[in-house]
Design a protein around this ligand. Structure first.
Ligand SMILES: Nc1ncnc2c1ncn2[C@@H]1O[C@H](COP(=O)(O)OP(=O)(O)O)[C@@H](O)[C@H]1O
Ligand SMILES: O=P(O)(O)OC[C@H](O)CO
Length: 505
C-alpha cells in the first residue's frame, strides 16, 4: 500500500486537504477524521481523453461509477502536425458534466484527469497555439529536435515538449501561460482562470522537461537549450493529487448547477496515473494491466528504486517512491482510424465486427502497427501490411489489424514480467483484442471500460481524505490452451516479419 505524502507547502491557494491519506486502488471507504467529504458523497470525475471527454459520478461508498457520459472531439492531423481544440475539450466537459449531474444529489468535489504531453496556451498566445493544442503525438518539430539534441547532448525527440517550445517565439513577458495536459486545462478553466496553474508529476514525466522524481523542471536543460524564458509560463507541478481550487460560479452556472460553485476541484494527475489506479494497479505489486485507448500501453507500478527494463518509466503522481512503468505503443486509435478510413472503408466498430469473421493468424495477413514510429522498444519504424493473397478478405485484414495491436503490446511489455493482466479502455469492445491479450499474457481480467474516470474518482476521494480499500473486480478469463498455442504461433510469425523489417527501416 502507498500513502500520500504529508502535504508539502505549495505557493498557492490550494485548499487544505487530508493528511496521510492512503492510496488504495479500489473499493469501499472508511472516512477519516480529516476528510473533506463523506463516503455517501459523490465525486464528479472528468477524463479529457483523446477520442472523447468523459464525465462520471464516482461514489466512494459503492466504489463504482454511475452513468458515464462521453462527448467526442475532433483531432486535426496534417502530416506530422496533430492538434485538438481546447475549446472543444471545455464544451465536451461541460456537456458531459451537465448530463451526468442530472440525477446527482450529493456532489461534493470534482476530480480531473486527462491526456498528457500536450502543449496548450491560454491568454495572448502566439499564433501556433490559438485555440490549438499540440498533442502528444505531434511530431512536426523534427529540425528543432535535431538542433536541441546537438546543443544539449541529450536525445531530444520531436514529440518532446522542448522541441515543441522551440516552435514558439521567445516570450518577452508573461502575456500567456502554458499547460501540458488536458487535466491542467480543465482545472484552470473550472477554477476560474486563477493566477496559478498546475500540472502533475506523471504528466510532467512524459514531457522530457523534468528528471526523477519529476516534481521540478530541469532548469539546466532549459538553459542549455536557450529556452529558460519559457519556465515562468509553465504550470507548477503539484507534489501529489490535491485540490487546486474551487469550482467557479461561471462554470457551475454553465453546467446547470449553480449551487455547486465553491466545491473543491482536484487535479488527479495525467491519465497514465488515473488509468493505472482505475485498473487496480496503482500500488507496488498490484499487477499489470493492458490499456487500449487512443494511445495504448502495458502498465504496472514498481518501486522507484527497482530496475526498470521497459522503455518508459513515468512518475507516480502520488508518491516519489513509486514509478509507473509503461510499455507503450502510443497509437492504437490512430491505427484503427487509419485502417478503417483507408483499406477497410468502414467504422472502427465495423472493423471490430469484421475481424470476428476471420480466424487466429488472419489467414496469413500480418499488420505491423508502427504507423507513427515505434516507442517500445524504441526504433525508427513504419507500418507494414504483409502476406496479402488473392484469397484474403476484409475480415482477414480487419483481424490482422487487431492482432498486430495485440502483438505490439505484448512485445512492448518485454522485461515487465507481467503474467495475467487486467484489460481496460475502449478497444476492449473488440472480442478479438480481449482474446488475444488473454492468450498472449496467460489470462485477462476484463474490467470497466472507462478506468480513467474511475481512477480520477478514486484519486479525488483519496485527495479529500477518504481511505479507499482494495477490492478485486472482473473475473479472470483464459483462452483454451489449443487456441493459445495458435496465438503464440501467429506472434512468432509476426516477430519474424518485424525482424525482417528492422533491417530496412
Ligand atoms: N467497437 C470498437 N472496437 C475496437 N476499438 C474501439 C471500438 N470503439 C472504440 N474503440 C477504440 O477505443 C479507443 C478509445 O478508447 P478510450 O478508452 O475511450 O480512449 P481515450 O481516452 O483515448 O479517448 C480508440 O482507439 C477507438 O478506436
Ligand atoms: O487519450 P489516451 O487515454 O489514449 O492517452 C493519451 C496519453 O496521455 C498520451 O500520453
Amino acid at each position: 500500500m502507498l500513502f500520500f505524502a504529508t502535504p508539502a507547502p505549495v505557493k498557492s491557494a490550494h485548499l487544505s486537504s487530508s493528511v496521510g491519506s492512503r492510496l488504495n486502488t479500489r473499493g469501499t471507504t472508511r472516512p477519516k477524521q480529516s476528510a473533506l467529504m463523506s463516503m455517501d458523497d459523490e465525486i464528479l470525475a472528468i477524463d479529457v481523453g483523446t477520442s472523447a471527454t468523459k464525465a462520471a459520478l464516482y461514489c466512494p461508498a459503492y466504489s463504482s461509477l454511475a452513468r458515464v457520459s462521453r462527448h467526442t472531439h475532433d483531432t486535426y492531423a496534417h502530416g506530422f502536425a496533430v492538434t485538438q481544440r481546447p475549446s472543444n475539450w471545455l464544451s465536451a466537459a461541460l456537456s458531459a458534466c451537465s448530463e451526468v449531474l442530472r440525477d446527482a444529489r450529493n456532489v461534493t468535489a470534482i476530480s480531473v484527469t486527462g491526456q498528457m504531453q500536450d502543449l496548450i496556451g491560454v491568454g495572448d498566445v502566439p499564433d501556433l497555439l490559438k485555440d490549438q493544442a499540440l498533442l502528444y503525438s505531434d511530431a512536426r518539430a523534427v529540425d528543432e529536435a535535431t538542433r536541441l539534441s546537438q546543443v544539449t547532448g541529450a536525445e531530444i525527440l520531436p514529440t518532446d515538449l522542448l522541441s515543441k517550445l522551440s516552435l514558439l517565439p521567445c516570450p518577452s513577458g508573461q502575456d500567456y501561460i502554458l499547460l501540458i495536459g488536458g487535466a491542467d486545462f480543465i482545472c484552470y478553466e473550472f477554477t476560474g482562470r486563477p493566477n496559478l496553474h498546475f500540472t502533475d508529476a506523471t504528466t510532467a514525466a512524459t514531457t522530457g522537461l523534468t528528471q526523477h522524481p519529476h516534481r521540478k523542471y530541469n532548469t539546466e536543460l532549459f538553459k542549455q537549450a536557450g529556452l529558460s524564458s519559457f519556465i515562468p509560463l509553465l504550470p507548477e507541478i503539484v507534489p501529489r493529487p490535491i485540490p487546486v481550487g474551487r469550482l467557479c460560479a461561471r462554470i457551475a452556472n454553465r453546467i446547470g448547477r449553480p449551487e455547486l460553485a465553491g466545491i473543491p476541484v482536484v487535479h488527479s494527475g495525467g491519465d497514465a496515473f488515473s488509468v493505472t489506479v482505475g485498473a487496480g494497479c496503482g500500488v507496488v505489486g498490484s499487477g499489470c494491466y493492458v490499456y487500449g485507448g487512443s494511445s495504448g500501453w502495458v502498465g504496472k507500478t514498481i518501486g522507484a528504486d527497482s530496475n526498470n527494463l521497459a522503455a518508459l518509466g513515468l512518475a507516480h503522481a502520488a508518491v516519489d517512491s513509486a514509478t509507473i512503468v509503461a510499455g507503450s505503443v502510443a497509437a492504437i486509435g490512430a491505427c484503427l482510424s487509419h485502417a478503417s478510413a483507408t483499406f477497410l472503408q468502414c467504422t472502427v466498430s465495423d472493423l471490430s465486427k469484421l475481424a470476428e469473421q476471420s480466424d487466429i493468424g488472419a489467414a496469413g495477413v500480418i499488420y505491423v502497427p508502427y504507423i507513427t514510429g515505434r516507442r517500445c522498444p524504441p526504433a525508427r519504424a513504419v507500418g507494414t501490411l504483409h502476406g496479402l493473397t488473392a484469397s484474403c478478405n476484409r475480415g482477414d485484414i480487419a483481424r490482422a489489424i487487431l492482432e498486430g495491436l495485440v502483438f505490439s503490446l505484448f512485445d512492448a511489455s518485454e522485461g515487465m514480467q507481467c503474467g495475467e493482466v487486467s484489460v481496460v479502455g475502449g478497444v476492449t469492445e473488440s472480442s478479438v483484442f480481449v482474446n488475444g491479450i488473454s492468450a498472449m499474457f496467460g489470462g485477462a481480467k476484463l474490467q470497466e471500460r472507462d478506468v480513467g474516470v474511475l481512477g480520477a474518482g478514486i484519486i479525488g476521494a483519496e485527495a479529500l481524505g477518504l481511505d479507499t480499500m482494495d477490492e478485486s473486480v472482473g473475473s479472470l478469463y483464459r483462452v483454451p490452451e489449443k487456441e493459445r498455442t495458435r496465438w503464440m504461433h501467429a506472434f512468432k510469425r509476426w516477430k519474424q516479419i518485424v525482424s525482417h523489417m528492422e533491417a530496412i527501416w
